[in-house]
Design a protein around this ligand. Structure first.
Ligand code: CMC
Length: 392
C-alpha cells in the first residue's frame, strides 16, 4: 500500500531529524553540536563532550564538576551483576559478555522502564555512561582470571578506567597522564557519529518503546561487526598478519582484487570521501603515546604509515576515495596503552554509549517520533497452496 523507495543500506534515506552531530563527508568535517571535533579534542575532556552531546551545550566549570560527581555516584555495578560474568567462559569475547551484561542492567533498574519521564531518562543515561567503563574493565579482568577492581572515584573518567583495567589488589597503581589523556581522546573521537549502523540500531530498538539498557545492548551487538566497530580489532590483526613493510604491496593488490573478499581494514567510509578527521587526530595521538613509551620504532606503526602512504598514492584508492578512517590508528594506540586486541571494540562501545543514549533521548523527546518500520520489495514466491505432506 502506498509508494516507497527501494534503498538498501539507506544510501539516500534520512530516517530522522537530529541536532547532535554533523558530518560533511566531502570536506572531511565532523561537528558535535556545531563544535569541530579538532577543537573539542584539544580543549575538552570526555565528560565535557558527553554533556555537550546529551544536553546540547558545553558545561561551565560548576556544571562540569556537578556532572562528574553525578557520574561518580553511579560507577559501581550491583554486586549481583558479578554473577553474570561467572556464567561466561573465560575465553568469551568481551563483546559477547557486554551484550549480555548491559542488556541485563534492565533487570536492575525498574525506573528505566518509564521512558516518558525525562528525569528517568537522564538517570538511565548517567548510569550507562558511568557503568560502561566498569563493565568493560570487568570483562577484561574476568578473561584474565584476575579479581575485579572497584572504581576509584578520586580519579577522573579515563584514569579510573585505566585503574580498573590495570591495577591489582595490594599494589598502588598510578595512571600515566599522557596515556590517560590518549584514552580520553579515543573516547571523544568515538563518542558520536550521527546515524551509523549501531546508532540506527539503537534508534530502531528504542522506537518501539524498549528500555534504554536493552537498546544500548542492541547497539553493542551491531557495533561488534568488522565493517563497523570491529574494524579496529580487524585492522590490528591485519597489520600483524602483514607483519613487514615488504609485504604491503601484496596486501594492497589483494584489496584491489574483485575476486578476493579481502578489504583494507581501517580504510573507506560510507560518508567520508576525504580524510576522516578523526584519523588525523588519532595518528597524532599515536605519535604522542609511542614517544611517551619510548616506542618510536614501533613495528606496526611504521607498517601502518607505509600502508597509508602506498594506498593514498594508488589509483584504486584515489578513484574510490578510500582514506584511512578512525580505526586505522586507534588499534595501535590501544595496543600501546596495554589494552588487548579483543577489547578494542568494547572501548569503542564505552565511548559511543553517550552518542547512542543522546540519540535515543532525542528520538523519545521528538513528538514526530514513530516506530521504525522499513518496507521491503517482496521478491519471493507468488501465492500458492499447501500440499498435504505425502504429496510434497
Ligand atoms: N579496501 C578495499 N576496497 C574497498 C574498501 C577497503 N577497505 N572499502 C571500500 N572498498 C571498495 C568496495 O569494494 C567498493 O568497490 P566497487 O565499487 O568496485 O564495488 C567501493 O570501494 C565502495 O565501497 P562499499 O563497500 O560499497 O562502501 P560502503 O559505504 O558500503 O562501505 C565500509 C563502507 C566502511 C563498510 C567499507 O569501506 C569497509 O568495509 N571498510 C573496511 C572496514 C572498516 O574500516 N570499517 C570501519 C568504518 S569507520 C568506523 C565505524 O564506523 O565503525
Amino acid at each position: 500500500t502506498g509508494s516507497f523507495t527501494f534503498d538498501p543500506g539507506f544510501l539516500s534515506t534520512a530516517a530522522c531529524k537530529s541536532s547532535i552531530t554533523y558530518i560533511d563527508g566531502d570536506k572531511g568535517e565532523l561537528l558535535y553540536r556545531g563544535y569541530p571535533i579538532e577543537q573539542l579534542a584539544e580543549h575538552c575532556d570526555f565528560l565535557e563532550v558527553a554533556q555537550l552531546l546529551l544536553k546540547g551545550e558545553l558545561p561551565n566549570a560548576a556544571e562540569k564538576e556537578n556532572f562528574a560527581n553525578i557520574i561518580k555516584n553511579h560507577t559501581m555495578v550491583h554486586e549481583q551483576l558479578t554473577r553474570f560474568y561467572q556464567g561466561f567462559r573465560r575465553d568469551a569475547h568481551p563483546m559477547a559478555v557486554m551484550v549480555g551484561v548491559v542488556g541485563a542492567l534492565s533487570a536492575f533498574y525498574h525506573d528505566a522502564m518509564d521512558i516518558s519521564d525525562q528525569e528517568h531518562r537522564d538517570i538511565s543515561a548517567n548510569r550507562l555512561i558511568a557503568k560502561l567503563p566498569t563493565i568493560v574493565a570487568m570483562a577484561y579482568k574476568y578473561g584474565a582470571g584476575q579479581p575485579f577492581m572497584y572504581p576509584r572515584n578520586d580519579l577522573d573518567y579515563a584514569a579510573n578506567f585505566m585503574h580498573m583495567m590495570f591495577a591489582v589488589p595490594c599494589e598502588t597503581y598510578k595512571p600515566n597522564p599522557v596515556l590517560t589523556r590518549a584514552l580520553d581522546r579515543i573516547l571523544i573521537l568515538h563518542a558520536d557519529h550521527e546515524q551509523n549502523a549501531s546508532t540506527s540500531t539503537v534508534r530502531l530498538a528504542g522506537s518501539s518503546g524498549a528500555n534504554p539498557f536493552a537498546c544500548i545492548s542492541a547497539g553493542i551487538a551491531c557495533l561488534w561487526g568488522p565493517a563497523h566497530g570491529g574494524a579496529n580489532e580487524a585492522c590490528l590483526q591485519m597489520l600483524e598478519e602483514i607483519g613487514d613493510v615488504s609485504r604491503v604491496g601484496e596486501y594492497i593488490k589483494r584489496a584491489k582484487d574483485k575476486n578476493d573478499s579481502f578489504k583494507l581494514m581501517g580504510f573507506g567510509h560510507r560518508v567520508y570521501k576525504n580524510f576522516d578527521p578523526r584519523a588525523k587526530l588519532m595518528r597524532e595521538t599515536c605519535h604522542e603515546v609511542l614517544n611517551e613509551l619510548g616506542l618510536h620504532d614501533d613495528r606496526l606503526f611504521k607498517l601502518a604509515i607505509e600502508l597509508e602512504k602506498i594506498a593514498l598514492e594508488d589509483d584504486y584508492f584515489v578513484e574510490k576515495k578510500l582514506y584511512p578512517n578512525v580505526d586505522f590508528y586507534s588499534g595501535i594506540v590501544q595496543r600501546a596503552l596495554g589494552i588487548p586486541t579483543p577489547l578494542f571494540t568494547g572501548i569503542f562501545a564505552m565511548a559511543r554509549t553517550v552518542g547512542w543514549i543522546s540519540q535515543w533521548n532525542e528520538m523519545i523527546a521528538d513528538p514526530e517520533q514513530k516506530i521504525g518500520r522499513p518496507r521491503q520489495l517482496y521478491v519471493g514466491a507468488a501465492r500458492r497452496d499447501v500440499k498435504p505432506i505425502g504429496q510434497r
